[in-house]
Design a protein around this ligand. Structure first.
Ligand code: NAP
Ligand code: HSE
Length: 416
């Protein structure tokens, strides 16, 4: 028998307990052993629907000689690091779904982990993308990863297309158990960045932190952007992107306009999708539910079964250091992309001429243009050919200072 202690019995923790019970016989046959949850750790033990013994002291799990696997499902960074390190010090195998923890501490934890350490649920919920990238694609140099890896944002963007209000849909995503405890992690792009960093460590063995990469969320997307996207044949998605350019890696998370003929543009609601291009296999794509108790529990339980079977995989996929392929991060200002710009201006003579002059001066070539008259002002919508990020940022700063510009200039990168 394999005995489990679960630290954090909330949306995911309770779904793990329920599904271990529901599929008990099947799981026992696949793992080769019975799996039993013996204790749960929470802040408030008054939980009438939870059937396992509860405590508020995590050491009753991490230092319990009876327990084989500690499953960390509490979230957060510092306390979770304390719990997981203590579990590893006490020679427990660890399973976690905590991408924030891994975004900051995955390399330290890899060093500490003499026992198995699995984290399938930390990226894209129920999609087994960690095992696909770390194990299934291990023969490949990874050229590119492009993913919808935050279910909450994809759910919000999908519902906004139906004309629904942003805050109302966010509240719904929280009620359905998709959002993080602090949903600004979702809508601000940080949760997707945490996941992208985990994928990038497996793909490129690169130890970057969230502060090192470009992260933008969906808070500024409005109905005008959605209308523009529709008119020009695009969908707006929050994407995590990793691209290899010679010996450099580009890592970024931001709302992105994608042509509506692309497969990834068709991913709606809480579903996630990750496209991975390998030099041997070509493009592969993974699709499924990215958030929610049951979807995440499916991935957590698969890790528990993997460990119960006696397997120990190299945590980030490398048995020995990769000496000859040292890759570094490309500075965010050097990113090359096409852009969409939204500019609200007074309806005056010479406005377009001044804006096009600033764009041209900053090496930005206009690809298409649309003018939308509104009550007392005009919205100008541009798409550009490929430009360098720092040129776009300089042009936006200059345009923002023109006295006929009424609101903040907004932009979305276009991925083609
Ligand atoms: P949740 O519903 O907020 O549950 C968190 C649980 O952890 C609660 O039982 C809470 O106790 C407990 N907890 C929090 N801080 C604690 C502390 N300091 N000491 C003891 N217990 C503590 O969160 P969740 O949605 O299940 O998410 C858990 C983890 O899974 C997070 O890392 C999240 O990022 C990750 N994840 C979630 C999803 C999803 O769809 N929800 C998907 C993939 C990954 P109380 O109940 O007493 O407050
Ligand atoms: N809050 C996360 C999301 C949970 O919405 O994708 C899954 O990691």
């Amino acid at each position: 028998m394999v005995k489990i202690g679960i630290v954090g019995v909330g949306t995911v923790g309770s779904a793990v307990i329920e599904n271990l019970e529901k599929n008990k016989e099947l799981i026992k046959a696949r793992a080769g052993k019975e799996i039993k949850v013996v204790k749960g750790v929470v802040r408030d033990t008054n939980k009438p629907n939870i059937t396992i013994p509860l405590t508020t002291d995590y050491k009753e799990v991490t230092e319990n000689p009876e327990i084989d696997i500690v499953v960390e499902l509490m979230g957060g960074v510092d306390k979770a690091y304390e719990v997981v390190s203590d579990a590893l010090k006490h020679k427990k195998a660890v399973v976690t779904a905590n991408k924030a923890l891994l975004a900051y501490h995955r390399f330290e934890l890899q060093k500490l982990a003499a026992t198995p350490f699995e984290y399938e649920a930390s990226v894209a919920g129920g999609i087994p993308v960690i095992k696909a990238l770390r194990d299934g694609l291990s023969a490949n140099h990874i050229m590119e990863i492009k993913g919808i890896i935050n279910g909450t944002c994809n759910y919000i963007l999908s519902e906004m297309k139906k004309g629904r209000d942003y805050s109302e849909v966010l509240k719904e995503a929280q009620e359905k158990g998709y959002a993080e405890a602090d949903p600004t992690f979702d809508v601000g792009g940080y949760d997707a960045a945490h996941k992208l960093l985990i994928l990038a460590s497996i793909a490129y063995n690169i130890d970057a932190k969230p502060e090192d990469i470009l992260i933008e969320g969906i808070e500024n997307i409005n109905l005008t952007d959605i209308e523009f996207a529709k008119e020009f044949g695009y969908e707006i998605k929050l994407l995590g992107i990793a691209k290899k350019r010679e010996n450099k890696i580009e890592l970024r998370v931001h709302p992105t306009l994608i042509k509506n003929s692309e497969m990834i543009s068709k991913v709606e609601g809480v579903m996630n999708a990750v496209s991975v291009i390998g030099d041997v296999v070509g493009e592969t794509m993974y699709y499924g539910p990215g958030a929610g108790g049951d979807a995440t529990a499916s991935a957590v339980i698969s890790d528990i079964i993997e460990i119960a079977r006696g397997n120990k995989n190299p945590m980030l996929g490398y048995k020995i250091p990769l000496e000859n392929e040292k890759l570094s991060l490309i500075d965010a200002s050097e990113i090359i992309s096409k852009y969409y710009l939204r500019i609200a201006v007074k309806d005056e003579l010479g406005v377009l001429e001044k804006i096009s002059h600033i764009l041209a001066k900053n090496n930005i070539s206009i690809e298409s243009f649309l003018q939308k008259p509104r009550d007392g002002y005009v919205k100008l919508l541009f798409s550009t050919h490929k430009a360098v990020e720092k040129d776009i940022k300089n042009a936006i700063k200059e345009i923002q200072n023109l006295n006929f510009v009424l609101k903040d200039v907004n932009y979305i990168r276009i991925e083609e």
